[in-house]
Design a protein. Structure first.
Length: 374
């Protein structure tokens, strides 16, 4: 399967230019024979809104706003499935005259331009709570021709509910297993707590801590005994919006038999189209060690590829270690440790700034190494 992730840097309320930014990424890559194209959370509105009043001019009617139009046009152009996030407004029905409702949503359109899914984010981040309601139908699951049994989440859905549920509840991961999904789409506007100047020094380098965290939140999939590989698409955005700094690092991974294969990966600051073919061999693998000894030294070394990767598949340099500590925390515990995540209270953070989804649960367990294949 050929999968594309549009990683770009939309700005709050700059809809026309955000559309142009996404189109520019696609036109540079000129992808051929895509099966699926994924865009980030709230791709064209921008994400970091402060209130309902702030976002109100950019809310879109269910399945018929500018995002839906772009998705349909693009799906027909490339004859592929398109998934994109948008801020949804549900107007009251004459039969049920309540007030309008607002959701952080994602639409999926098939290659014929038909809407096949409209998912509403289940777990809201602090920024969402200023204007949106939680989706009331749970995480998306359904059979999508061309993809198979599919689950979908949006960003914070990967985390424990409200950062209050137990870490080991793994709500989204167990949902994927419950419905035997073989394909998972996660549209994201995932932030980092790093200073933007520090984070942008190496824009072509993936943020390995972020990728490792995402994968760790899918631990039940790694432990499960599945007959088929589960493909997971993490489509994140990059850039900044006011104080918000986004982590980029969009990736496509495959999970099967306790292994996490990396089919493609972008840098934290790259504005590019990641294109991977999951019928081809992966170019890297994350090693999962459920019985790792926490007394062992950190093993986050990166082995350089002997060949240049395909476009949009850039491995980090061997000087960039995958750190287990969250942004803003100075400890560097080994990635192979099995001790539970630190609590939110243990995180050194500014109380005026809500923790990012990653930073609220600090320790990353069991992902010990990443190997780059030649």
């Amino acid at each position: 399967m050929r999968i594309g992730c549009v990683q770009f840097a939309p700005q709050v309320g700059d809809v026309d230019n955000n559309l142009n930014r996404a189109d520019a990424v696609l036109s540079r890559a000129n992808p051929e024979e895509l099966d699926l194209l994924v865009l980030p959370e709230m791709a064209f509105s921008g994400y970091n809104f402060k209130s309902l009043e702030h976002i109100a001019p950019y809310l879109e009617p269910s399945g018929s706003g500018i995002t839906a139009l772009w998705a349909r046009t693009t799906a027909l152009k490339y004859n592929c499935i398109v998934a994109a996030g948008y801020p949804e407004k549900v107007d009251p029905s004459p039969k049920w005259p309540t007030g309008p409702e607002y959701y952080n949503s994602a639409i999926i359109v098939n290659g014929d331009g038909e809407t096949v899914a409209n998912y509403r984010k289940s777990f809201l981040y602090y920024t969402d709570e200023t204007w949106a309601l939680e989706g009331d139908t749970g995480f998306f699951e359904g059979y999508i021709p061309g993809l198979g049994h599919t689950s979908m989440g949006i960003c914070m859905d990967l985390n424990p509910h409200k950062f209050q549920a137990p870490w080991h509840a793994f709500e989204f991961a167990f949902h994927v297993l419950e419905y035997s999904s073989n394909f998972v789409i996660v549209s994201m506007a995932w932030m980092t707590r790093e200073d933007s100047r520090m984070f942008s020094r190496m824009p072509n380098e993936p943020d390995m801590e972020t990728l490792t965290y995402w994968v760790t939140r899918l631990e039940p999939l790694i432990r499960a005994e599945n007959d088929e590989e589960i493909i997971v698409v993490f489509c994140n955005r990059t850039g900044t919006e006011d104080e918000a700094v986004y982590a980029g690092t969009s990736a496509v991974v495959g999970i099967h038999d306790g292994e996490v294969k990396v089919y493609g990966l972008l840098g934290r600051g790259e504005k590019e189209l990641l294109v991977v073919d999951t019928d081809n061999p992966p170019y890297a693998k994350l090693l999962y060690r459920p019985d790792a000894d926490s007394s062992e030294p950190a093993q986050g070394e990166l082995q350089k590829m002997s060949q240049s990767p395909a476009p949009g598949q850039k491995p980090p340099s061997n000087s960039h270690e995958a750190q287990s500590s969250p942004k803003g925390e100075n400890s560097k515990e080994p990635l192979s440790s099995t001790k539970p995540p630190t609590s939110q209270a243990a995180i050194d953070s500014n109380p005026s700034v809500p923790p990012t989804p990653r930073a609220s649960f600090g320790h990353i367990s069991n992902i010990s190494q990443i190997h780059w294949f030649s």
